[in-house]
Design a binder for this molecule. Structure first.
Ligand code: GLC
Ligand code: CA
Length: 563
């Protein structure tokens, strides 16, 4: 594998709207991010991914961009952004922006011009397609529910949108559009950002015949995912983007990819892949229901662990994955990937241990480092997220009671991760002096940065120890490039793996997700305990000199250097 500058880095996702508000309007802003750079540096963060901060009507919380060249006024100004960039550079940190180019906002001037002149140049930037017998061109369902087609006023055409109707899809077949996008990407890279997290990018290739599919739901529609899975040739677009932009800057790119064809992994993230890396969502899709959130599966430890193992084994042959526990589209990991008895601080430390030391580049999502959890709401009106509203409706249509549908939202809503960051036990958790744009999780009085920063055995302190271990000069090579090898797979309670360097250094990571203590025999014995989440002597020497055994209590995790 070719070594890259970002291989040994640790990334952190900021959802700016909910990070820190500095002017009392209830919305997090860039000045808030600047204020917390030292906090992030201390946490061991190198790369900061900012969810969209561009100008946007916020129908989909900034993933509907109306001007790619301007900072949304809610977040501040370009001057603030430049200052943020300069301040990160002072600290040897990198900024990664969100690149949302499958679609833009319907308020973007391209779309506005297209509506004014539906047969002109800008209409060609979008998919304006003639209806069939006065109806929509086909039966595709959008990701947020309902048809992907919306009428173009005053014509017999419809425009395509895979997400909300306010997010018209861009037509990548159009040369001029592509050049506009490349110009914009290069403009940001010229500014000095390190790269992009690339949104929904697998969707940019469209089957221009727009075939209808066998309906897969009571609405008579078929998910547009079906087209994504069937259409070929998306890789040509990716290469074209890379050649014209990223490659020229040695940019770091992390793609959001679902529904990739399995044999394409090398093309995507191999040495000369389209992207630097892509998120490993295997643990997340594992829990996905057939028809909607109401069918999502509950957590099953062994299935989850084995899925991660399989994914690690496959990925390390090819490249570097980006490992996440949660992000702004997923419920909180602490509420999802821990069995009931482990939903405590020890359990959260254990989850962090078995995630951050996997093969790949770790991404920590804001609040994960203090163990923020899902947030219960009483009524659907308390949710903001467009997808949650759709999924709530779907659940009701499928026959769920209101109570059950609310439970489904509690377990799966994207708003779970979007509640404001919990900085302190003070008013509004120290997030804002005004009214927060989205209500806080009431548990901020117990779970907050201020409390944990002052406590050496807190989850936050443990995250710092973990990132420090990953960067420790003696173990860095192993924890970056060392081969991943699962162990104790037959034990249905233990999450254990080795990271083994070419020189033979063997770092063993083990955690007990079960209720009962577990004893693991260590062939060769333990040289040193590198980290333990319970702060006690975990490795007991056997009578024999050369072998040791490791007894892990429930929720205990340990990292050992083996002999
Ligand atoms: C990605 C984003 C998500 C957004 C969607 C449409 O999945 O992560 O938040 O809703 O794309 O842009
Ligand atoms: Ca603000």
């Amino acid at each position: 594998m070719k070594k890259k500058w970002w291989h040994d880095k640790i990334a952190y996702q900021i959802y700016p709207k909910s990070f820190l508000d500095t002017n009392g309007d209830g919305i997090g802003d860039l000045r808030g991010v600047i204020t917390k750079l030292d906090y992030l540096k201390e946490l061991g963060i190198d790369i900061i991914w900012l969810s969209p901060i561009y100008q946007s009507p916020f129908v989909d919380q900034g993933y509907d961009i109306s001007d790619y060249y301007n900072i949304g006024e809610e977040f501040g100004t370009m001057k603030d952004f430049d200052e943020l960039l300069a301040e990160t550079k002072k600290r040897d940190m990198y900024v990664v922006m969100d690149l949302v180019v499958n679609h833009c906002s319907d308020k973007h001037e391209w779309f506005q011009k297209a509506l004014k002149d539906p047969y002109g140049k800008y209409a060609g930037y979008f998919h304006f397609v003639k209806g069939k017998d006065g109806r929509v061109p086909n039966n595709w369902r959008s990701y947020f529910g309902g048809s992907v087609w919306e009428p173009v006023p005053g014509t017999d055409m419809y425009y395509l949108h895979f997400f909300a109707k306010e997010q018209p899809d861009l037509n990548w077949e159009n040369q001029e559009l592509r050049q506009e996008i490349y110009k914009m990407i290069n403009w940001w890279l010229e500014k000095g950002i390190a790269g992009f997290r690339i949104d929904a990018i697998i969707n940019i290739k469209k089957d221009l015949r727009f075939p209808s599919f066998e309906p897969d739901g009571p609405d008579g529609l078929a998910s547009c995912i079906k087209m994504v899975e069937e259409v070929g040739g998306v890789g040509d677009y990716f290469e074209d983007i890379k050649r014209n932009t990223f490659a020229k800057y040695d940019a770091f790119t992390v793609a959001e990819v679902f529904n990739m064809k399995e044999d394409e992994l090398t093309e995507f993230i191999g040495d000369d892949g389209h992207f630097s890396t892509m998120f490993d969502f295997s643990a997340h899709t594992l829990m996905q229901g057939e028809k909607g959130w109401y069918e999502n599966k509950t957590f099953d430890f062994k299935g989850w662990r084995d899925t991660i193992f399989a994914s690690q084994l496959q990925l390390q042959k090819v490249g570097f994955a980006a490992n996440i526990i949660e992000n702004h589209d997923e419920p909180r990991g602490a509420s999802r990937f821990l069995p009931e008895h482990a939903r405590n601080e020890a359990g959260k430390k254990m989850l962090a241990t078995t995630s951050l030391l996997l093969y790949g580049i770790p991404f920590i999502y804001q609040g994960q480092e203090i163990g923020m959890t899902n947030c219960r709401r009483e009524d659907i009106s308390e949710y903001d997220d467009i997808s949650t509203k759709d999924q709530y409706r779907e659940a009701l249509v499928a026959g769920c009671t209101k109570e059950r549908a609310m439970e489904v939202c509690f377990e799966n809503s994207r708003d779970n991760a979007r509640t404001p960051m919990q900085w302190s036990s003070g008013r509004n958790a120290g997030f804002t002096e005004g009214e927060p744009w989205l209500a806080l999780n009431s548990n901020y009085r117990e779970i907050n940065v201020e409390e944990q920063a002052g406590r050496s055995d807190s989850l936050l302190s443990y995250y710092k120890a973990l990132t420090a271990l990953k960067k420790h000069p003696e173990y860095k090579e192993t924890l970056t490039y060392g081969r991943f090898a699962p162990d104790y797979e037959e034990n249905g309670d233990v999450f254990a793996f080795h990271r083994i360097s070419e020189a033979g250094q063997d770092v063993f990571v083990a955690a007990n997700y079960g209720k009962e203590p577990q004893t693991l025999m260590l062939a060769g014995g333990c040289e040193k305990v590198l980290l333990s989440n319970m702060g006690k002597e975990t490795v007991k020497k056997e009578e024999t000199d050369c072998s040791g055994c490791l007894t892990l209590d429930s929720c205990e995790a340990a990292v050992l250097l083996l002999r």
